[in-house]
Design a protein around this ligand. Structure first.
Ligand code: ADP
Ligand code: MG
Length: 423
């Protein structure tokens, strides 16, 4: 592949002036035929790491992604840039799928986005066998691990698909969050060959993390209104574990005159879109939501994220809290932890509907892993250690000095001052 032209493509196709952390290394490795594992936070620019090599390679690239909405969005934006891309997923009619398959066979596309289940589809496998495939990129690669927070059985079949190809293309795996265990599973189950591992780090010391321990449901609500009052006229998200909590808070806060919108899976899609747009356009400052809200949301002026309940794991917390302060101007991430949140999450773990029926054995393993993750976030809520460092440690990244502005660090500082006064 041509040297030096990566930068040209970056400018002329994508319109960017420079690479972000990790991108160039990952792109160069892939272009040199080396497998990669890229761990970069949401919004860091993982897509470019496979799109650019895909555009510059001789053959076709297949991008595996479980997120239909994001897939469609990326294809649209690539087509606007003049790149020939298509997606194959359940949002297309059968007839449309057939047309795409025919076009693939005729070599119409450089990039093909496919849901993981597609890789087990006979017609798709047959067509792919006749293509010159340069690269397979696996987005959201943590889905391959039963220790991860979003396991999908179909991810385990990706390696079978690759093995059935006449020639093994280079493989890139990407995710925002991977503990050591999950990282090892990605390498093992995707059968990455001595991949170059790039992790741009989990540190978000710009965020002020806090855990508050309200003594009652009433004081939990009081704490919330206190936070909202201290962030008047600023944008923020309030995450709740249950749809019913979102609805109750929505009614009460609206009655009190707070500018709130809501979002959860129980609302019809028109209402969800409308509410999301209200928030994105700053017309409504506060979004009350379940974890259904936020994927693919690129809003940089979120000044605070409140977890009204403890979320199910550190991975979810990190993703959700991480939606604050994207503009780098600092933000507050406050968790209103009460011990009964553990029960809510246990209930959700035991009653979760999974998207691709795992075997009973897998189901047990997934529950066990979910409970371990729940234990970790419960520890996080009760720790006296620096909260930012707790997260770094969880993801296996060496932590150094305490952040100095999380609730644990502030509490420590307070006791120290008190002690100084006494002596
Ligand atoms: P991720 O998949 O890691 O969450 P995306 O690939 O969706 O992130 O990229 C997030 C945003 O960053 C997108 O709007 C993308 O256009 C932008 N972006 C990516 N790389 C660069 C770059 N080198 N320079 C400027 N913007 C970039
Ligand atoms: Mg992405």
């Amino acid at each position: 592949m041509q040297e030096g032209s990566i930068n040209d493509k970056l400018k002329c196709v994508f319109g960017y002036t420079s690479f972000r952390a990790g991108q160039e290394e990952l792109i160069n490795a892939l272009m040199n035929g080396r497998d990669v594992l890229g761990i970069m936070p949401t919004g860091a620019g993982k897509s470019l790491c496979y799109q650019l090599p895909a555009i510059m390679s001789a053959g076709v690239s297949i991008i595996v992604s479980p997120l239909i909405a994001l897939m469609n969005e990326q294809v649209m934006s690539l087509c606007k840039k003049g790149v020939k891309a298509a997606y194959l997923n359940s949002s297309l009619t059968l007839h449309q799928q057939e047309m795409v398959i025919n076009n693939i066979a005729e070599g119409m596309y450089k990039l093909i986005y496919a849901a993981p289940e597609r890789l087990q589809n006979e017609a798709f496998i047959r067509v792919c066998a006749g293509l010159d495939i340069s690269l397979i990129a696996v987005d959201e690669a943590h889905c391959v691990s039963q220790w991860g927070h979003d396991f999908r059985k179909s991810y385990l079949k990706i390696s079978e698909f690759i093995k059935a190809l006449p020639r093994r293309p280079v493989i890139g795996a990407f995710t925002a969050t991977a503990t050591k265990q999950v990282g090892a599973d990605i390498i093992k189950y995707l059968e990455l060959d001595e991949p170059m591992r790039v992790c741009t780090g989990y540190a978000r010391f710009d965020l002020r993390l806090a855990v508050v321990h309200p003594k009652s449901m009433r004081s939990r609500e009081k704490e919330l209104t206190k936070i909202l009052d201290s962030h008047k006229d600023e944008c923020g998200i309030v995450y709740c574990s249950l749809r019913s909590t979102v609805d109750e808070l929505y009614e009460r806060l609206k009655d009190m005159g707070y500018p709130v919108a809501r979002y959860h899976g129980g609302l019809c899609s028109a209402e969800r879109t409308e509410n999301q747009n209200l928030f994105l356009s700053d017309k409504t400052k506060i979004m009350l939501a379940t974890n259904a809200f936020g994927m693919g949301i690129d809003k940089n002026n979120v000044r605070f994220v409140v977890h009204y309940n403890m979320p199910k794991d550190i991975e979810s917390y990190y993703q959700e809290a991480g939606r604050a302060g994207r503009d780098g101007k600092g933000a507050d991430c406050i968790m209103l932890y009460m011990p009964n949140d553990i029960g809510i999450n246990e209930y959700l773990i035991n009653n979760r509907d999974t998207n691709d029926e795992p075997t009973p054995n897998m189901k047990n393993q997934l529950r066990r892993a979910a409970k371990l993750r729940l234990n970790a976030i419960t520890d996080f809520c009760n720790t006296r250690a620096c909260l930012a460092n707790y997260i770094l440690d969880y993801f296996g990244e060496g932590a150094d000095a305490p952040c100095g502005h999380c609730s644990s660090c502030e509490a420590r500082e307070k006791t120290r001052k008190k002690a100084r006064k006494i002596t």
